[in-house]
Design a protein around this ligand. Structure first.
Ligand code: 48H
Length: 264
């Protein structure tokens, strides 16, 4: 059989188009392919939820590839290790309560497990807005979908209109930037579900407190929107933790569990 460039091109266009059409109406849309977003995608997809993850960059994995300051090892505590165990990611004990994992092994395995569980990743796409609907008062406002565009369009600052997806729930897993929550704060005209009604902002480094608070702060931050990972602490005003990743993994898992309960 001779290879035909036209067939190769048609295969890519048709398959991508079909994939995109199949994901216009989701149970859960996840923004950000860092550790928290990928873990959430894995647990939701494993429960047969229709999940798509949108990642601005070419590669998924967010800040996990580089470990700490490009020393490509990550640290997890005992509870975080349990998530790595469930995902089949090998760890090494360091000293009591501390474990390490190769950052590349952890990132690639997590990405692979999420995809194999059934989550679909749309890389090179950025979420630039939300679809917010309200029935009467601003208090009834809810996010029902996302507005997406190609990262290349964003980078080149081209004036090209975006497309949309609908989702019953959305997870802001955009890391330190907390992009969706900032967008909602600017555009919804309603209070966020935080103490101040706004994105409270990330505090400085305090690993011990931050790891606990990441989990506490993993919750609904606006009707229809959950926050996970660093975005959870930035939304609810807690500390950063440096290159310990247990909180990120556990946060992704908790977001998945909470949404799963809501979906029934
Ligand atoms: C599409 C987007 C958009 C958008 C952003 O930063 P991440 O790795 O996020 P987490 O929260 O899962 O993990 C945080 C961790 O990596 C980290 O930075 C830690 C633990 N820091 C502690 C410290 O003290 O510094 O991934 C977020 C992903 C990235 O890949 C972005 O490209 C992507 O989200 N993203 N994708 N549309 N609008 N905004």
């Amino acid at each position: 059989m001779k290879l035909d460039e036209q067939v190769i091109t048609r295969a890519i266009i048709e398959r991508f188009t079909q994939k995109w059409i199949d994901h216009l109406d989701l149970d859960v849309a996840i923004i950000g392919g860092g550790p928290s977003g990928l873990v959430a995608a894995y647990y939701l997809a494993r429960n047969d939820r229709k999940v798509a993850l949108f990642e601005r960059k070419l590669s998924i994995g967010g800040g996990m590839w580089g470990g700490g300051m490009m020393f490509n090892e990550i640290v997890v505590q005992d509870k975080g290790k349990k998530v790595l165990d469930e995902l089949g990611i090998p760890t090494q004990p360091f000293q009591e309560g501390y474990h390490t994992a190769d950052a590349v092994m952890a990132t690639t395995t997590l990405a692979s497990k999420a995809c194999q569980a059934g989550a679909t990743v749309f890389n090179l796409m950025c979420v630039e807005d939300a679809i917010i609907r309200q029935t009467d008062s601003p208090e009834s406002a809810r996010v029902i979908g996302l507005v997406v565009n190609w990262t290349a369009v964003e980078m080149a600052a081209l004036h090209v209109d975006p497309l949309t997806v609908h989702a019953r729930f959305t997870i802001d897993a955009t890391g330190h930037a907390t992009e969706l929550m900032h967008l909602i704060e600017r555009k919804s005209g309603s209070r966020l579900l935080t103490e101040t009604g706004k994105v409270m902002g990330e505090k400085s480094m305090w690993a011990e407190v931050a790891e606990h608070s990441t989990l506490e702060n993993t919750r609904e931050a606006f009707p229809g929107v959950y926050v996970a990972g660093m975005a959870a602490n930035a939304t609810f005003g807690s500390y950063r933790m440096g290159p310990i990743f247990g909180g990120m993994l556990l946060s992704g898992k908790k977001a998945a569990e909470l949404i799963d309960q809501q979906l029934g």
